[in-house]
Every structure is written in C-alpha cells, then in structure tokens.
Ligand binder design. Structure first.
Ligand SMILES: NC(=O)c1ccc[n+]([C@@H]2O[C@H](COP(=O)([O-])OP(=O)(O)OC[C@H]3O[C@@H](n4cnc5c(N)ncnc54)[C@H](OP(=O)(O)O)[C@@H]3O)[C@@H](O)[C@H]2O)c1
Length: 309
C-alpha cells in the first residue's frame, strides 16, 4: 500500500511510518518543510493528491505549549493547523481521479502535559471529564468546551461525501512511548524522585502505548471492514492519574509522591487549558476491540517498563 501521512514527521508519525514500512508499505509524508520522502502542504494544494492507496492526518500545533500564552492568536493556530490540513487532505481525496481506499484521522479523548519541565505534549478532548462516567465510541461529547468543540470541527472537516473511501477516526488517549510524547518530558522529574500526581490525582488518565496507536492505525488502513470512530486507548482504561504516577515511579524504581498542585497548573496554563490536566475521562476501546485489534501493551506496568527500558 502507498500511504500518505500528514504531520508524519512527529512522535506518532515516526512510529507509524516505521511500522508501515516494516509491513511492506510505502510511506510519503506531508510536511511544512520539504525533504526526501516528503511533499509540502503547498505542493498538495497545488498538485492534488499524489497516487496513494490510503491517507492519514497527524498534523497539529502542540496545544499545551506553556511557552505560548493561551490567547486568541494561539487558539487560532491550534485550530487552523488541524482544520486546514484536514480540509486540504479531505478535499484532495474528494477530487482524486482514483480515490484512496482509506482515510484515517487521529483526534483525541484527553490531554496531558508535564509542566514541571516547561515542555509538553498534548491533544484535545472529545468526552466530558468525569469521575464516574464511562465512555465508548458511541457516547456523546464534543460540545462542552473549546477543546471538545475543536474535536467536533476537526472530525467534521474530515468527512467525505460518498463512500468510495473508507473513513476512520481514531480518538487517542495520552500516547506513551520512548523518545517523545508526554512521557519524554516526565522522565527527568520522575527519575529524580520529584514526580507525583497532578491535582487530586483522582482524575482518569486514558493512555495508550505508541506501538499500539500505530498498530490501530495500521489495522484501520489494512482491514477493509474497519470504519467509523475507534477509541485509541488501552483496554485497562480505569487508570487514575495517581495510579499512573505510582506506576511510572515503580517502573523507574523511584518514589512518586510529590503532588503538583492544581493552582500551579492553572497558573502555568490558564484555567481553560488546565482542565486538560486536572480532569480526565474513563474511556473504553469497545469498537477498537470489536474491530479485531489485538493490543501489544494492554497493561500499564508492562507498557511503562518498555518505555523506560
Ligand atoms: N501525542 C499524544 O499524546 C496525542 C494524543 C492524542 C492525539 N494526538 C494528536 O495526534 C496528532 C499527532 O501527535 P504527535 O504527538 O505526533 O504530535 P507532534 O509530534 O507534535 O507532530 C505533529 C506534526 O504536526 C506538524 N505540525 C505542527 N504544527 C503545525 C502547524 N502549525 N501546521 C501544520 N502542521 C503542523 C508537524 O510536522 P512538520 O513540522 O513536518 O510540518 C509535527 O511533526 C496531533 O494532531 C495531536 O493533537 C496526540
């Protein structure tokens, strides 16, 4: 299969490209910067979709960058980097003389970052944070704050008229993996024994190992029966933020008891973005399992052992 991956130069895209190439597929990236094995967004806009069998979009400005003030300009960038790249790809697919077989977008169930080190990784949340509700792919959401509205617009921008191309949306949890993502920034404070829960620690922490997110995306591309929304979270979804902090401390052989107070998170990120860290959702991958995906890292402790090894 020839797969075109928008934003494929990042953390998830690197894992996905490696997996796809290992399975014998050809990968071309769409990036803001030209380079070997890539086309730019301008080239895509000017020349249309290159010949390909499947398309994925992973492009998006990092939402929880604490170096950026949460003002209107930055909100527009967060939104437009996702909507415009998605619209461009969806439009190019619609106009392609030979439409690809599959079109897969990655959005988010939740957001996470590590403010202690002033750097972070994030996503946008579709399901409303709750300490009691359990969400699957059919649960309502996407209409309660800036981020959930963003996911609704993002997923709408991906929708294609007709059914000549299979359409899949993977709503991802916090992605754990070596050399990137949230965990890349958490490792130093946790190694120093300075890690711990964020806020109360009771909020759910929907997570997935990057190998499994790449695996779900590859499954969605390859399996012709997969379509619609899949939750990209591990099946052990009842993990709380405090349990996650404890498990990461245990994987590193360090204590992880120093809580990061809500007030600090709110001061760094502002109240609207702080919600992404201080609140969480219990999300289950019901359709992902029903679609036949088998997880390599269903359990948190094994996932974290691989990440910190
Ligand atoms: N990591 C997570 O925990 C997580 C969880 C759920 C959902 N997601 C979503 O999954 C997608 C990929 O995440 P990731 O962790 O791989 O992110 P990443 O490492 O930041 O990579 C995203 C890519 O998007 C492109 N990009 C960044 N800003 C852009 C802009 N303003 N306009 C156009 N392109 C831009 C960049 O590619 P170029 O520099 O080559 O243009 C970058 O490599 C994002 O949409 C994110 O919201 C991530």
């Amino acid at each position: 299969m020839r797969v075109l991956v928008g934003g494929g130069t990042g953390f998830i895209g690197t894992a996905l490209s490696q997996l796809l190439r290992a399975r014998g597929h050809e990968v071309t990236l769409v990036s803001r910067k030209p380079g070997p094995g890539r086309i730019t967004w301008e080239e895509l806009a000017a020349s249309g979709l290159p010949r390909c069998d499947a398309v994925v979009n992973l492009a998006g400005e990092n939402i929880l960058n604490p170096l950026r003030r949460w003002n209107e300009t930055f909100q527009k960038e967060v939104l437009s980097s996702r909507l415009e790249t998605t619209q461009l790809l969806a439009g190019a697919i619609t106009k392609a003389p030979q439409p690809p077989q599959a079109w897969v977008l990655v959005t988010g169930v939740e957001g996470e970052a590590e403010p202690r080190t002033n750097t972070c990784r994030s996503t946008a949340a579709y399901y409303q944070p709750s300490l009691t509700a359990e969400y699957d792919e059919d649960s309502p959401g996407g209409n309660f704050d800036f981020f959930s509205n963003l996911v609704t617009k993002w997923e709408a921008a991906a929708r294609l008229p007709g059914d000549s191309t299979r359409q899949v949306v993977v709503r991802s949890g916090v992605v754990l993996g070596r050399g990137g993502g949230a965990i890349g920034h958490m490792l130093l404070p946790f190694r120093l024994g300075l890690g711990g829960p964020i806020g109360s620690g009771h909020q759910f922490f929907p997570w997935i190992h990057v190998g499994d997110l790449a695996g779900i995306l590859a499954h969605a591309l390859e399996a012709s029966h997969v379509q619609g929304v899949l939750n990209g979270v591990a099946p052990a979804s009842a993990t709380t933020n405090a349990e996650f902090a404890q498990a990461l401390g245990a994987a590193l052989g360090r204590p992880a008891f120093i809580p990061l107070p809500s007030a600090v998170v709110q001061a760094v990120f502002g109240r609207e973005r702080a919600v992404m860290l201080l609140e969480g959702q219990k999300v289950v991958p019901r359709r992902t399992l029903a679609a036949g995906y088998r997880y390599s890292f269903p359990e948190l402790r094994a996932a974290l052992r691989e990440v910190v090894a």
